[in-house]
Design a protein around this ligand. Structure first.
Ligand SMILES: [Zn+2]
Length: 205
């Protein structure tokens, strides 16, 4: 099995570019099991070939965006019902509050969409232009209370340094079956040079 190091998609056979994110897939040797520490796999230098439309796939997998979509739908229903009540049936005292609720929901979800869209663009930017920095795993915990397709998500905490300053982040991953994470283990972190708060692990679990 081959795993895309940029987005974590699994493939049964080797292919040179990922169909999901467009990133180049290197033929990577299997990572040995602990206690012998896995050899670090470093990414090719930036800029890398990551598809622009991967940002939309990131948004589809994002729980904030999906939540905002639900709110937008509720908002649209309230807005339409309010419009019909106020304009067609002329019951403005019911129609206008409905319109107001619909407007609030639509506005709120629009703001969330805009925020998540900008984050998704940054996510593509990290894969495309991120510098490789060696960091360290601070925690790796399986979440047994959640199951997606028969798998438990793994929360990985990691830290790294850029220009003498320490940064921390956590990442939740589902496709981690053939990658090992233990506290203290070294990892490769992709970091946006001008904004180190934007970072990710490589290969992506
Ligand atoms: Zn990919």
């Amino acid at each position: 099995m081959v795993v895309c190091p940029w987005c974590g998609t699994n493939y049964a056979a080797f292919q040179s570019n990922c169909s999901k994110c467009g990133g180049p897939i290197q033929a990577v040797q299997a990572v040995p099991a602990l206690p012998s520490e896995p050899e670090l796999v470093m990414p090719p230098p930036p800029p890398r070939e990551i598809a622009d439309n991967y940002r939309w796939k990131l948004m589809l997998a994002d729980s904030w965006s999906m939540g905002a979509a639900t709110f937008a739908l509720i908002g649209a229903i309230f807005f339409l019902v309010g419009l019909v009540l106020a304009v067609v049936i002329v019951t403005a005292f019911v129609g206008i509050p409905f319109l107001g609720i619909g407007f609030l929901f639509l506005g709120g979800s629009g703001a969330v969409f805009y925020w998540r869209y900008k984050e998704a663009v940054k996510g593509v930017d990290i894969l495309r232009n991120g510098e490789a920095v060696i960091g360290k795993v601070t925690r790796a915990e399986l979440n047994y209370s959640v199951q997606v397709n028969g798998r438990n998500p793994l929360t990985i905490g990691y830290q790294f340094q850029v220009a003498g300053k320490e940064y921390q982040n956590t990442l939740t991953a589902l496709n981690h079956l053939d990658l090992q994470f233990e506290p203290g283990q070294r990892v490769c972190v992709l970091v946006l040079p001008n904004a180190p708060d934007y970072n990710s692990l490589y290969p992506h679990p």
